[in-house]
Design a protein around this ligand. Structure first.
Ligand code: KIV
Length: 266
């Protein structure tokens, strides 16, 4: 399928920071959701490894595989005409040396039509980020709360070590990352990082001073039956709405009211 000539490029995404225009990024894991998001004109669509939790039902983001990320990213890549599409590198695809990281990220770009990858880490991933960028693969870094390190961090907690957070963000920028996700860090620290860096910061639980915001689409639409994290604002309650529709269908079937004459053929 031919690409839209106006699909946002990585340099255009980066330039939004200098223009002072806030960036909106949301996750998608399938074709219809990606079509819907893209129609709203948001700048970025992230095929997040959060799919491990919100789509596959795992307890954390560790189980999802590279093959599964590619499978979902392919659906999203096929759907999107306007937004920049970024795909998470799953654990541990970028911890196995720069060669393996380029191989994995290269597969993502070759097989999915998506334009960039995201990986968790700052200082300790600088060499890998630089190697990917040298191979022509745009990288979004991810610092602060890094869900793939959940066992090491001991829980989903706000990260407050300003010195480390600044060092991670600076290292990612110096290594060539085009943008950085800041997850669950205090507003003041996120603001200082955003003020210092030349590349856009995309916050999630990092306050309003970031250059953009990202949310998991299931959180924004209210598709969960579980607890939503503090940093989320649910803009809809689609789970309740869907359950109401499904219950009405069940009742109509049980009472012989579906299908009606309009849904039947003579
Ligand atoms: O996997 C994901 O959805 C993410 C966002 C929460 C930033 O990394």
């Amino acid at each position: 399928m031919p690409r839209d000539p106006h699909q946002l490029t990585v340099p255009e995404f980066v330039a939004r920071k200098a223009d002072g225009r806030k960036l909106t990024v949301l996750t998608a894991y399938d074709y219809p959701t990606a079509r819907m998001l893209d129609s709203t004109g948001i700048e970025g669509i992230l095929v997040g490894d959060s799919l491990s939790m919100v789509v596959q039902g795992h307890a954390n983001t560790l189980p999802v595989t590279l093959e599964e990320m590619i499978y979902h990213a392919e659906m999203v890549g096929r759907a999107v005409r306007h937004a920049l599409v970024i795909v998470d590198m799953p654990f541990p695809s970028f911890h196995l040396g720069t060669h393996r990281a380029i191989d994995s990220a290269g597969r993502i770009l070759k097989e999915t039509r998506c334009q960039a990858v995201k990986l968790e880490g700052g200082v300790e991933q600088a060499e890998t980020i630089a190697a990917l960028v040298a191979a022509g693969i745009p990288v979004m870094a991810h610092v602060g709360l890094r869900p793939q390190s959940i066992h090491q961090l001991g829980g989903y907690r706000v990260q407050r070590d300003e010195k480390q957070l600044l060092a991670d963000a600076r290292a990612a920028e110096q290594a060539g990352a085009f943008s950085i996700v800041l997850e669950c860090i205090p507003t003041g620290i996120a603001g200082r990082i955003s003020g210092e860096l030349h590349i856009p910061t995309i916050g999630i639980g990092a306050g309003r001073d970031c250059d953009g915001q990202v949310l998991v689409i299931h959180d924004l639409l209210g598709l969960h039956d579980g607890r939503v994290p503090r940093h989320v604002r649910a803009y809809a309650d689609l789970r309740s709405e869907a359950c109401r529709a499904i219950t009405r269908f069940r009742d109509d079937v049980r009472q012989g009211e579906f299908p009606g004459a309009e849904q039947a053929f003579q």
